[in-house]
Write a new protein. Sequence first.
Length: 359
Amino acid sequence: MSSAFSPSAFVRFSTKERTFFAKRMSFLVKAGIPLVESLHLIRMQTKSRTKKGVYDAVIADVSNGQYLSTSMGKFKRLFGDFSIGLIRVGEESGILSQNLEYLAEELQKKQALERKVIGTLIYPVFIIVATLGVSTVLTAYIFPKLMPIFTSLHMTLPLTTRVLIAVSAYLRDWGVATFFALIACAGALVFIRYRFERVRLWGDRMLLRVPLAGSVARAYNLTNFCRTLGLLLRSGVPLFDAMEITGETTKNRVYRKACASIASRIMRGESVSRGMSERPDLFPDTLTHLVAVGEKTGNLSSTLTYLGELYEEEVGELTKGLSNSIEPALMVVMGLLVGLIAVSVITPIYEITQHLGPR
């Protein structure tokens, strides 16, 4: 197949798939199996026809004498700058299997970090969904069955009950339309965020300013910054290229822009710590100071790796703290909401029994 193959813009290699690729390639190359045969073996384990097409194109390029990294560079969106950069240096330095092993280890760590953050926040999201679900069922399906009883007695209903009747009527008439309208609005917001770079930059900047969540986002980005840059330097990538690749692999646009600024300063002969010191809101003074020490002692890569481990621990602590802060508040809100609905139903029933009781 020709390397002109162009996959859909929606095709992505997940972190898990990139890790699988790096681990298998590292093992096969270390075992002495030729690159083309190794790629064929990985292709055989791929189920997606589109992704098989990507591997076919890479196999064709490598068979024609191209570097693996050069061919992967044509599918940068799928393989990522980080993977391509490490493989390129490994090919040029004759340590491809070693760099593939480094790559697999780092991608596994990234995957574990993502799971840690997502896993910690699953329970609060579950509480929110459960609260909305219970409230909707009570308001839209159970409460309407009691409404004829309330209205037939022509009695003055409590304010909370009247509000609930209005909400129930709205959900009955416009609930489905409102649901799809919210879905459409959410889809439009996602499209605008990914379509317009300025909007995405603004959203990433706002995320860093949100209490608690901003601290988690900052620690998460610093973890990836330190570990990625440290591994690239340890693998032999030049400092300027390593900083550029680190920026390209950073999801937060604010940090990506900061990495580009630091890279330009490196190009002018300045140090990494000097560039970091210009953005104390993104890079804490302690981090900048330790990076400066690493530069002076010639141990920048090991210093960054150590700092990455520290920030990973901080991410775990912050996400746990965020979850512990959110969960009680959500439980209180859930209790108040369900309790309000229950009171709105029980109060008129109580008044009816009082009205019909012996006098």
